[in-house]
Design a protein around this ligand. Structure first.
Ligand SMILES: C[S@@+](CC[C@H](N)C(=O)[O-])C[C@H]1O[C@@H](n2cnc3c(N)ncnc32)[C@H](O)[C@@H]1O
Length: 261
């Protein structure tokens, strides 16, 4: 318990306005970010900050962006994608049917487009030629659908793939229409919403680090039940699952789990 809990009062207002429950996220990280934003906008305290959000849509947007932390890139953690393809290929060979793939906190879409490119170049067929990708944040999903990125793409995004899947224009890199067609974007809140089911692969990276232990537990359970038998879960570098069997998962490589029961 915190003595003078203006953060809790702020959280209530924030949830009313956005549907996002801050208490599902690690308090220390969120509070630090939100207090620094409050200081930047010269708010006397967090309650005044919350009230200001009701009247200032731009401030509300900035606040949402600050707490959802949208950092991402094409081929983020380049070395992991080799193992991803290897495991996916072996799952595909075993099941011999088009894959159901979901990038579950996809931010501005680079992760989903990375997966789509890898499936295409490795002849891994997707069900209905498309994969799923989602995020909680509506404005970031709009950006993902647009598929236009700054010129500083990740160094791991090799030139040959770039020449196939992006066009350089005056305002940035545009993902080709063919690649865009391979990804179906939507809004899904990992805490409250239902998940797409019977997935062969779920990529859930660099989002669970922000959640409390209780929230993570709920999410790992939901992720596991969204996977088919033998399906793969790919997590972020700091998101190791300590007791995977609790969720019917088995570790098959660093950052990869298989649905075992
Ligand atoms: C750091 S980005 C990770 C993007 C990508 N997965 C990667 O690893 O590069 C975290 C993303 O999680 C999203 N997010 C935060 N809370 C979420 C929730 N409850 N449900 C779904 N997405 C959430 C944020 O909006 C943000 O885009």
């Amino acid at each position: 318990m915190h003595a003078n809990d203006d953060y809790l009062a702020f959280s209530t207002i924030f949830e009313e306005l956005t549907g996002i429950q801050l208490n599902a996220y690690k308090r220390s990280q969120m509070e630090r970010r939100l207090r620094s934003l409050s200081v930047k906008h010269k708010m006397p305290d967090m309650i005044a900050f919350g009230q200001a959000l009701k009247e200032r849509p731009n401030l509300l947007r900035e606040c949402k962006e600050k707490m959802t932390i949208n950092v991402t890139s094409f081929f983020r953690n380049a070395d992991r994608w080799e193992m991803f393809v290897q495991l996916l290929q072996s799952h595909y060979d075993q099941h011999n049917q088009p894959l159901r793939v979901w990038s579950s906190a996809c931010s501005s879409g680079e992760e989903a487009y990375t997966v789509a490119m890898l499936c295409k170049t490795n002849n891994l067929r997707l069900e209905n030629q498309r994969m799923f990708a989602s995020d909680l944040d509506e404005s970031i999903v709009t950006k993902a659908k647009r598929g236009v990125y700054s010129f500083q793409t990740s160094p791991a995004f090799d030139q040959q793939l770039q020449s196939q899947y992006v066009c350089k224009k005056s305002d940035g890199f545009h993902v080709t229409d063919d690649l865009k067609k391979m990804v179906s974007f939507s809004i899904i809140d990992l805490i409250h919403d239902e998940y797409p089911q019977q997935m062969d692969v779920i990529i859930c990276r660099n989002v669970c680090i922000y959640f409390t232990e209780e929230t993570k537990h709920v999410i790992f359970k939901k992720l596991s039940s969204a996977l088919r038998q033998g399906g793969l879960l790919f997590v972020g570098s700091t998101e190791q699952i300590f007791h995977p069997h609790t969720y019917g998962l088995t570790a098959v490589a660093p950052f990869f789990y298989k649905k075992s029961v």
